[in-house]
Ligand binder design. Structure first.
Ligand SMILES: C[S@@+](CC[C@H](N)C(=O)[O-])C[C@H]1O[C@@H](n2cnc3c(N)ncnc32)[C@H](O)[C@@H]1O
Length: 203
């Protein structure tokens, strides 16, 4: 999918409102601490992290899309945010991240990745001992959510039980999940219902 093109108009009123609810859920579920160093992968324009930076020591935001990262960098600069940095990195390759994170979170990025087992194992390596991974993503659907995106090649959401089992196999402990958000997406004039879940695991 061309996230570079989409970065220009990514920050819609609907996405901004949804990001606030998601960030509040991440903060509540992970019991954020001001001492935490965090990583957000698939950060897009930083809609989630903009609601969390004042509750954390620092946030490293990464995304493969140059457009998303350029937009985020200018938002960080305009808002004079000192504890957020953004890099155009792929979580599975070509990055210079070191294993130092108390918390890794991600929102709606995992379903764009084909081999999630490798990605979740890579995230495990980047966490400190006892660090937490927090994933927000789409509950499995019939393909409607990405219906208009002809080049979409990812997952049509996830089955929470399957995802939790994958996480446990990698080594994550105390894995738990819940659905916390229901909404409708307008697709070709028809309203399609979708929901998001949050899953938490500890290294
Ligand atoms: C649906 S967008 C979500 C953006 C943001 N999290 C939000 O909720 O507004 C998914 C993002 O994941 C990024 N992404 C996909 N695969 C990635 C990877 N392997 N490493 C880093 N970012 C990736 C895409 O470039 C895109 O910006």
């Amino acid at each position: 999918m061309d996230f570079d093109m989409r970065s220009i108009s990514w920050d819609t009123v609907k996405r901004i409102k949804r990001a606030k609810i998601i960030a509040e859920q991440i903060a509540h579920t992970t019991k954020l601490k001001k001492s935490y160093s965090a990583l957000e992968f698939g950060c897009g324009t930083g809609l989630i992290s903009f609601h969390l930076y004042d509750k954390l020591k620092d946030i490293t935001c990464i995304d493969t899309s140059q457009g998303m990262i350029e937009t985020l960098k200018s938002k960080i600069q305009q808002n004079k945010i000192a504890n957020m940095t953004a890099y155009q990195y792929n979580i599975d390759s070509d990055h210079l991240l070191t294993p130092k994170y108390d918390l890794i979170y991600t929102c709606m990025a995992l379903h764009h990745i084909i081999d999630i087992d490798t990605t979740l194992a890579n995230l495990y390596k980047l966490l400190k001992k006892n660090g937490h991974l927090c994933i927000v993503d789409l509950n499995e659907d019939n393909g409607s959510f990405h219906k208009l995106e002809a080049d979409f090649s990812g997952h049509h959401g996830f089955n929470q039980n399957h995802l939790k089992e994958v996480l446990r196999q990698i080594g994550y402990k105390e894995v738990e999940s819940q659905t916390f958000y229901n909404d409708v997406k307008d697709i070709d004039g028809a309203e399609f219902q979708y929901s998001l879940f949050i899953v938490l695991g500890r290294k």
